[in-house]
Write a protein that binds this ligand. Structure first.
Ligand code: PHE
Length: 346
């Protein structure tokens, strides 16, 4: 048999077999047999050197033509198999189940802030926001906390590096949202005022299950003629009733904040033990959620409002506390660890 008819037979046989192939493994075996290093075709190409010159050219040309034809046929077969299997020439398997779309959602702390602002907006409060980088004048001085006042120590402060001519620092990360009381009154001058101020606050503190260097507060401020402590209590009772439901008990106790007089803290009955005392409430049966009080006359005077004519109340809610109480989250760090398994639950 001449080399030429060997090649022709080989080609016919290979193409015939290829037609019947249905699996990727069989296709690979076919490739090894007919195009691999040990294939007959390659053997023919290797033997060219031993052929007489005239024959060498013809056989060589024919062998290369066969190789190209087989390679093209292999490729075509691969494609048609992919198409048959998936119905798609790109090889995407449309029979696989779809991947579900993950719906985005608001962070639990954002949702709580929205709930708080909704409650207070229905009570006539507008929502405003203020800067997180504050001046010590607003964060402390104008709130009746002069330099050297011990109350400054209770709010461990992150100071910015900037200094004035005297080398003193004035810029800080606000330690509470109360500076917005002053900014707002300074700007709008004429009561009545009824605002709430949600936002981030910062304290230079060690992190643990109930402390973070950054957390949220919602400040409240109401100033008008004839505002009394009863208005403060009524407003905050109403807030607690709407947020925690009508049966949760609420308690006020005296507390001290330099920018209010008198000052109080408000606590709600512990939801975990219903007041009996447990780990969550440190065996007290109560959980503090906010500080509040009647706006100090010095604060009003400082912004040019006559405390003989106007009075008001202010409060500052610790936001993270609320979802912790409501959902029984026992570690504040969970809110900011970016673990979607945690966040997707809300
Ligand atoms: N700013 C106080 C704090 O961060 C809370 C507070 C606000 C107390 C308003 C009284 C009135 O602790």
């Amino acid at each position: 048999m001449t080399e030429m008819s060997v090649l022709e037979n080989l080609k016919q046989k290979a193409l015939g077999e290829l037609e019947t192939i249905e699996s990727a493994e069989a296709l690979e075996a076919w490739r090894v047999t007919y195009l691999g290093k040990k294939s007959e075709l390659v053997a023919v190409l290797r033997s060219l050197g031993s052929l007489p010159v005239e024959e060498r050219k013809d056989v060589g040309g024919q062998a290369n033509a066969v190789r190209e034809e087989l390679e093209a046929a292999l490729e075509a077969r691969e494609e048609s198999m992919a198409e048959k299997f998936t119905g798609d020439p790109l090889g995407i398997d449309i029979t696989l189940p779809g991947r579900p779309w993950l719906a985005g959602r608001l962070h639990p702390v954002t949702r709580i802030i929205n709930e708080i602002t909704d409650i207070f907006s229905s009570l006539g409060f507008s929502t405003v926001e203020g800067p997180e980088i504050e001046l010590d004048r607003y964060n402390f001085d104008a709130l009746n906390i002069p330099k050297e006042h011990p109350a400054r120590d209770t709010m461990q402060t992150f100071w910015m590096d900037d200094v004035d001519e005297k080398g003193e620092r004035h810029k800080l990360l606000r330690t509470h949202t109360s500076p917005m009381q002053v900014r707002f009154m300074e700007k709008y001058k004429e009561p009545p005022f009824r605002i709430i101020v949600p936002g981030r606050v910062y304290r230079y503190e060690a992190t643990d299950a109930s402390h973070l260097p950054m957390f949220h507060q919602v400040e409240g401020l109401l100033v008008d003629k004839d505002v009394t402590f009863a208005d403060l209590k009524g407003t905050l009772y109403e807030f607690a009733r709407r947020f925690f439901g009508p049966t949760r008990k609420v308690r006020f106790r005296c507390d001290f904040f330099p920018f209010v007089e008198p000052g109080v803290e408000m606590a709600i009955e512990c939801g975990s033990c219903s007041g009996a005392g447990c780990r969550v409430c440190g065996d007290t049966g109560w959980l503090e959620i906010l500080g509040a009080g009647m706006v100090h006359p010095n604060v009003l005077k400082g912004v040019g409002i006559d405390p003989e004519i106007y009075t008001g109340f202010a409060f500052g809610i610790g936001v993270e506390r609320l979802p912790m109480l409501r959902y029984g989250v026992d570690d504040i760090r969970l809110f900011y660890s970016n673990d979607l398994r945690f966040l997707r639950q809300f």
